[in-house]
Design a protein around this ligand. Structure first.
Ligand code: 5GP
Length: 313
């Protein structure tokens, strides 16, 4: 059978077309790079949309390195990633700030940068530390962000900070010690603690068991001038804020939305409905970070733990 690629007249294949374009390998590499860059921009937009990072943070990254994925993002793309900005609002903002829709974040002029930053600051104020905070520190954050691990690291490396021991109605897991990891109590005892006002806060977590923070050890430690850390869920954090408005609330964030999704559903053992439910919950949980005084990114356990410990002092 004749080779179909061989011209019928036996002449060698024409190469002029191939010479006009870059060699095949370069084109493949370039298109791979373009796909990777697009993917990175999409991940960043998701981080803003899900409130894992603030719009200001993305702008900071873009200006720090205009060649980075953040820097290469077009301004309209950036704006529509921000919760509550649709296409109509986006166009009005571009018009008001006199920014062309083809502009990339990294290519903004100095006046445009300033205008965009002031615009963002006015509408999405970044969290400012409160003055007059007490030494009662709450560490909360979305499910699976790694609060327990960070709290355990603080307990091991910062003995001056008292890590509160909660009461819970769930059974101990292997290796858990009563009075050290939790006070394991039954429902009747938990009810009694509530009735006798022994709990600073309490909540049913994941629609399953009840967890609560015993009041007395905390009050004693605070009276001695010690710092107390509570690693509790969001409902508990809100109750603490209500009980003591001067408490310091720290929100632990994942390094990115994709990373949190990995940690939540990474093993893929859940069915589609359960997966969707967890992602919805994570989205709602992330949206509550505005109620917190500080945000700490759990990109590295030891680093995040040290940052929380510094805030606690
Ligand atoms: P686990 O059962 O895995 O130890 O904890 C489950 C969840 O309960 C975690 O999200 C943890 O933050 C939360 N939790 C632990 N202790 C307390 C507590 O005293 N109060 C509240 N509200 N949540 C708690």
């Amino acid at each position: 059978m004749p080779d179909s690629r061989t011209p019928p007249d036996g002449a060698s294949p024409r190469t002029t077309g191939a010479q006009a374009r870059p060699p095949e390998v370069d084109r493949v590499a370039a298109s791979r790079r373009a796909v990777a860059a697009r993917r990175e921009r999409a991940a960043l937009k998701k981080d803003v949309a899900m409130r894992v990072i603030t719009p200001q943070e993305l702008l900071r990254r873009a200006l720090a390195d205009p060649t980075s994925p953040a820097g290469a993002m077009r301004v309209p793309e950036f704006l529509t990633a921000i919760p509550a900005i649709g296409e109509g609002k986006r166009d009005r903002i571009l018009h008001d700030l006199e920014i062309s829709p083809v502009k990339r974040l990294g290519g903004l002029g100095s006046r445009q940068r300033e205008d965009l930053r002031s615009f963002l600051d006015a509408r999405w104020p970044e969290l400012e530390p409160r003055g007059g905070r007490s030494r009662l520190v709450v560490l909360a954050g979305p499910t699976a962000v790694g609060k327990g691990t960070v709290a355990a690291h603080i307990k091991a490396h910062h003995p001056e900070i008292l890590l509160s021991v909660s009461a819970t109605t769930r059974a101990p897991r292997p290796g858990e010690v009563d009075g050290e990891h939790y006070f394991f109590v039954d429902d009747a005892e938990f009810d009694r603690m509530i009735a006798d006002d022994e709990l600073l806060e309490y909540a049913t977590v994941h629609n399953a068991y009840r967890y609560g923070t015993p009041r007395t050890p905390i009050e004693k430690a605070l009276a001695q001038g010690r710092t107390v850390l509570l690693e509790i869920d969001l409902q508990g954090a809100r109750q603490v804020r209500e009980a003591d408005p001067s408490a310091t609330l720290v929100f632990l964030l994942p390094p990115s939305w994709d990373e949190l999704v990995q940690r939540l559903v990474g093993r893929g053992t859940e069915d589609t409905a359960e997966r969707a439910r967890r992602l919805r919950t994570a989205k709602t949980e992330l949206a509550s970070q505005a109620e917190f005084d500080f945000r700490v990114v759990n990109d590295d356990i030891a680093r995040a733990a040290d940052e929380v410990a510094r805030l606690a002092h």
